[in-house]
Design a binder for this molecule. Structure first.
Ligand code: GTP
Length: 231
């Protein structure tokens, strides 16, 4: 599956190279993944890019967000039993009617979201892609027939998914699982052994509850004996 994107150059808005707003790397808990899967989520304004990423990473839907500043999310995930470092770049709204040959130069996999007919979606370099029709819960607001989405995705050499970040995790998970798996397999390597398939997000270790309680009691006792809170 191939998607073509032009080599990097400054965004035509005259701004500097597209700013990847890094957020602290999610703590790598117990191993150093042996490969990096990098996904960029592109799409027009208000299509649900951020909601899709948050649903995928947290299984939760958050209704409203600050204006999209292009946050970079890092997670350690397991794909087909292999530990992989995933980076997901959220992007500010981009009119898909423009030539997308702008300066996100490290994208390998890209989710292109849309809830309106795409204009001249134009890529000239080789990447993996999935086309995601989000907000499938808004049945009456559908603007792109399913078969048209599939045809467009096929023309881009990608897969087509319909999802609702609002309704559930499944459709979102399938879209990410597919693209992450494609990119991960293309990166080769891996431990060869096949364990449980699928995509698993590392669970952060729960804080040491005993330690937390001890420290909490310590704070309470240092605030005088009046406190009656019991743990
Ligand atoms: N009904 C419905 N609403 C959704 C869904 N996903 C996102 N939304 C809503 O659509 C609006 C835009 O969601 P965002 O995730 O901020 O969209 P975005 O593409 O990041 O928007 P920009 O910041 O303009 O780039 C919010 O009000 C969300 O609650 C969905 O699956 N169904």
């Amino acid at each position: 599956m191939r998607l073509l994107v032009d080599p990097p150059r400054t965004m035509n808005s005259g701004s500097s190279n597209f700013l990847l707003v890094p957020i602290p790397e999610y703590p790598v808990l117990d191993c150093v993944p042996n490969k990096n899967v990098k996904i960029v989520v592109l799409g027009a304004s208000n299509v649900g890019k951020t909601a899709l990423i948050v649903r995928f990473l947290t299984k939760r839907f958050i209704g409203d967000y600050e204006a999209n500043t292009g946050a970079l999310y890092s997670r350690k995930i397991s794909i087909d039993g292999e530990q992989v470092s995933l980076q997901v770049q959220d992007t500010p709204c981009v009119s898909l009617q423009v030539d997308l040959s702008w300066s996100i130069f490290w994208l390998i996999g890209v989710h292109v979201l849309f809830n309106s007919p795409l204009g001249n979606l134009y890529f000239t370099r080789k990447y993996f892609c999935s086309l995601v029709g989000n907000k499938s819960d808004l049945l009456r607001a559908r603007q792109v027939p399913h078969d048209e989405g599939e045809t467009l995705a096929a023309s881009l050499g990608g897969a087509y998914f319909e999802a609702s970040a609002r309704e559930n995790h499944e459709g979102v998970h399938s879209a990410f699982l597919h693209l992450c798996g494609e990119v991960s397999r293309a990166l080769g390597g891996g431990n060869g052994e096949k364990r449980r398939g699928g995509l698993h997000l590392a669970r952060p270790k729960s804080p040491n509850m005993q330690e937390l309680k001890r420290r909490f009691r310590q704070v309470l006792s240092s605030k005088g004996k009046s406190s009656t809170t019991t743990l």
